[in-house]
Design a protein around this ligand. Structure first.
Ligand code: 0RQ
Length: 504
């Protein structure tokens, strides 16, 4: 342990998790490390869960993004989370959110740091940060993610470090910590390429603020993505063919443009599709680096990947962390306000690929709310990227739940990405390039190319009736029918009119 605490001022601060947890009082606001199950603070949350067995208290939990089970399952189920932000992806906490037991702020992931800086989110009582080491200069070296850790450390009243001795030492040097000044005094972020380094290898901290260091040996919870299936592989193929057309049109070259992809199985499958493509010397400028990114590096397709966390399934994790040196000059991990920064996304001209739950005939996308009311995960970084990238692409299967749900509907039941932010829509049926098209021009393209054939007739019927009823307004809708697909699903278990007729 003392080999990892390399600055004298920190050496006398080691305490037990129970002692550190005892400093945390009812009503406090905690800023914790962790981004999509990577680099989470783990042992203090579990000590808090233990304390909750004999004591009633609640805290606000702010993080980078979703966490493993320690916080989002166990803390939620122990009933000690009051407010949670900016992202979660766990059934345990999702159920509490949708049962009105946890307050959830679903935020663009680049926005949290700005709100912490302004004191809107906070003031933070304790930053609890997982670390690989503390350097001679007193820098905190993060582990498998950076997330919001730098801004939490900067703005929190107190800091607790979870020194994790199980992560590979080779992670040191892979982080690039750059924190913009406050708005009004800020200079341009000096990044012109995905591989640029702007800052230091660790997070600067005032040693006086560090109340304690707790030793941890717990590993990250592995990701739960499933391998590509036939439909997600088909989605990837459509997308790759589209990119080939962009090359032919002279808008892209063989090394495309820096790529971003969201989390989840569909997003991972799309990246996996690049393995068999002719594209080369690719760059990734994303937030979460999932398995497929490392497969692409291994295959020599990706020459550099910038992210803010590494989230891998168990087997891939063993391989990658077992031979980290191989990736040393090909990887950088940044704070999420940099990985998701609109200024950089626009400057680098990203191709961003994110996942929709549903999309409507005009191109609005719902990524977060099942049937308009129930939170799934959250918007995450998808909005940061979609609005500001060169190509905002959304992917989804054309149907869900064995065909009872159409992913293409007359009107999405919640809007995360407006029709103005969605350039291209892809399902296993095909691709709709919506760029430069007016709402009414998009409808037939989306129906014919992206909707499941079972749902095409009833989508066309809705549009025809909406045009007739409005006399052809800019965006025709029949307001009393716009959500009828969702109400049919709730009442009768299907959106499919033919099935409804049969039921009658
Ligand atoms: O449920 O597993 O119970 O059958 O939703 O759907 O098709 O397995 O896809 O794992 O890629 O998740 C949008 C949720 C997709 C995710 C979402 C049901 C479906 C299944 C999952 P079952 P799939 P994925 C990076 C950027 C938003 C945030 C984001 C997500 C389950 O990708 O949260 O992109 N994205 N962030 O059956 C009801 C529909 C449905 C539906 C699918 N229309 N209605 N249920 N499902 N469509 C992340 C960060 O920034 C950190």
């Amino acid at each position: 342990v003392f080999k990892k605490i390399r600055n004298e001022q920190f050496k006398g601060k080691v305490v037990t998790a129970e002692e550190a947890a005892s400093w945390i009082k009812d009503g406090m606001k905690l800023g914790m490390s962790g981004f999509t199950r990577a680099g989470d603070a783990k042992v203090i949350p579990m000590a808090l869960v233990e304390r909750a067995k004999t004591e009633k208290f609640k805290v606000d939990v702010y993080t980078g993004a979703s966490l493993g089970p320690e916080v989002d399952q166990h803390m939620a189920e122990a009933g000690i989370i009051n407010k949670r932000l900016p992202f979660q992806a766990d059934k345990g906490i999702r159920n509490k959110i949708n049962a009105d037991e946890v307050t959830y702020v679903d935020q663009h992931l680049s926005h949290t740091a700005e709100q912490v800086r302004q004191g809107i989110v906070g003031p933070i009582d304790f930053a609890i940060i997982e670390a690989l080491a503390i350097t001679e200069e007193g820098l905190i070296i993060p582990t498998t993610s950076v997330g919001n850790s730098a801004i939490f450390v900067q703005e929190a009243k107190n800091v607790i470090i979870e020194l994790n001795v199980s992560h590979p030492e080779g992670l040191e040097g892979m982080h690039d910590i750059y924190t913009p000044a406050k708005q009004g005094e800020r200079q341009p972020i000096p990044m012109t390429s995905a591989s640029d380094r702007l800052g230091s290898i660790g997070i600067p901290v005032d040693p006086e603020k560090v109340r304690g260091i707790v030793v941890s040996t717990d590993l990250d919870a592995p990701s739960t993505i499933v391998p590509p299936d036939e439909e997600t592989a088909t989605i990837a193929n459509h997308l790759i063919n589209f990119l080939r057309e962009e090359i032919k049109a002279g808008r892209l070259t063989e090394n495309l443009a820096p790529l971003q992809s969201g989390v989840g199985s569909v997003a991972n499958a799309v990246f996996a599709g690049f393995l068999d493509s002719e594209f080369k010397d690719l760059e990734v400028y994303s937030e979460v680096l999932q398995d497929a990114v490392f497969d692409l590096i291994d295959a020599g397709k990706v020459k550099f990947a910038s992210g803010c966390s590494i989230t891998l399934a168990e087997e891939k994790g063993k391989q990658v962390y077992g031979e980290l040196d191989k990736y040393r000059d090909k990887l950088v991990l940044r704070p999420q306000e940099i990985s998701n920064h609109p200024e950089i996304i626009r400057r680098l001209g990203l191709i961003s690929i994110n996942t929709a739950l549903e999309c409507d005939i005009y191109g609005n996308v719902n990524s977060t709310h099942v049937s308009g009311t129930r939170m799934m995960n959250g918007i995450g970084g998808s909005g940061d990227f979609a609005r500001n990238s060169r190509l905002g692409i959304f992917v989804t299967k054309s149907y869900a739940k064995g065909g009872k749900i159409s992913s293409i509907v007359p009107f999405v039941s919640h809007v995360d990405h407006t029709e103005h932010d969605v350039d291209v829509l892809v399902t296993e049926q095909g691709i709709a390039d919506l760029r430069g098209l007016a709402p009414k021009e998009r409808v037939e393209l989306i129906i014919e190319n992206c909707a499941h054939p079972d749902y095409r007739p009833q989508l066309r019927a809705y549009f025809t009736e909406a045009v007739a009823q409005t006399g052809g307004h800019q965006t025709p809708h029949i307001l009393e029918k716009a959500f009828s697909w969702h109400t049919n699903l709730a009442k009768n278990g299907t959106m499919l009119e033919a099935a409804l007729q049969d039921q009658k």
